[in-house]
Design a protein around this ligand. Structure first.
Ligand code: PMV
Length: 334
């Protein structure tokens, strides 16, 4: 798996010159999928079964600074929000394994300083922005000058959803169909929608028992309901793209909500079943349905975890904030 990924990275970088600088730095936004990626057709190259579409979270994300130290070492020194991480931590291990895909730096030791400004308490995944920022910082350090499409393909190796975090705004990750992964990359869509809002309804920030990688593999292998997912995701993606182009929150919200709940239905039908909802998640889903039936235009989406993200427009911001105290409201377009 490591060799396959390393070869892929080598093909992407090609003959780009290495003009090493002292260090590299980059910021990448976190993102939330409106049409979810769930299921891999190739686990080594992180190739998805279906295309997905997300919205990046503006200034919320990860800033990563890289330095190549004079000494040699197999393990990078990894800092997360100023704290040195143990080499055994899963965070440091994921970064070390990703950096080892790039043998062109030899045995030089990397210092990696990563800052997440996504409140950790918000229960938002940071692996998407984390791997996107890491790849962009590497590109800066090495002077490869790769375009966004190539950066997106490299970030994909770290985490699928990271392929979308190299862009701002609405982003589509094309699943592609080539076995070598050469047509699986993300691309930015359309113009900004400044009135678009996301609300983070935190239910729990406890680490999940089954991560998305294992969760999707189990779903693909055992869930009967998964068979209809690729077709539904393709149809939902088309509708969501058109709704974004038309600034149609009702169609976008309805389709994104149904898409997320359908993904969870495929997980519920896996064996052993994957239940990411907590009792309070269900309570809040009912509440969202109730306030919507009372006339408030608000929709939800949920990733592989218990937390809920609300989708709405600026005109309803005050009413949504009043209905959901403690909601963290994000303006993806600043
Ligand atoms: O990229 P991963 O492996 O963290 O998987 C992301 C899976 C979902 O968040 C549930 C969906 C998505 O498209 O982001």
């Amino acid at each position: 798996m490591h060799d396959i990924q390393s070869q892929f990275a080598k093909n992407i970088i090609g003959h780009a010159p290495i003009q090493l600088k002292e260090g590299g730095v980059a910021f990448a936004p976190s993102n939330i999928a409106l049409c979810k990626y769930w299921g891999k057709r190739d686990t080594a190259l992180n190739l998805p079964i279906n295309s997905s579409l997300s919205i990046s979270l503006g200034s919320l994300g990860t800033r990563t600074e890289l330095r190549l130290l004079p000494e040699t070492s197999d393990s990078p020194s990894v800092y997360l929000n100023g704290q040195l991480q143990s080499h055994d931590s899963s965070f440091a291990k994921r970064i070390a394994s990703f950096l080892s895909l790039f043998p062109q730096f030899g045995k030089r030791c990397f210092e990696v300083r990563t800052e997440n400004n996504i409140p950790t308490a918000a229960g938002l995944a940071s692996s998407a922005s984390g791997f996107a920022a890491l790849v962009m910082a590497l590109d800066d350090l090495a002077g490869w000058g790769l375009d966004k499409k190539k950066l997106s393909m490299l970030a994909r190796l770290g985490s699928g959803s990271a392929s979308r975090s190299v862009y701002d705004g609405f982003v589509q990750w094309h699943a592609g169909s080539n076995p070598d992964g050469s047509d699986s990359f993300a691309e930015a869509l359309s113009k900004p929608w400044p009135e678009f809002r996301i609300g983070i309804l935190k239910i729990s920030d406890a680490p999940k028992k089954v991560g998305s990688r294992d969760g999707m593999n189990r779903t693909v292998a055992t869930s009967e309901l998964y068979k209809s997912w690729p077709q539904q995701a393709a149809a939902d993606l088309k509708v969501i793209r058109a709704a974004i182009a038309e600034r149609d929150i009702q169609t976008l919200g309805k389709t994104a909500e149904r898409n997320a709940l359908s993904m969870h239905a495929t997980m519920l039908a896996a064996w052993p079943p994957l239940i990411y909802f907590q009792p309070e998640t269900i309570e809040q889903i009912h509440k969202i349905q109730r306030v919507r039936s009372e006339g408030l235009e608000v929709y939800l989406t949920i990733d592989a975890g218990p937390n809920i993200k609300l989708l709405f427009l600026e005109e309803n911001e005050a009413a949504v904030a009043a209905a959901f105290p403690g909601l963290q409201i994000i303006l993806p377009f600043g």
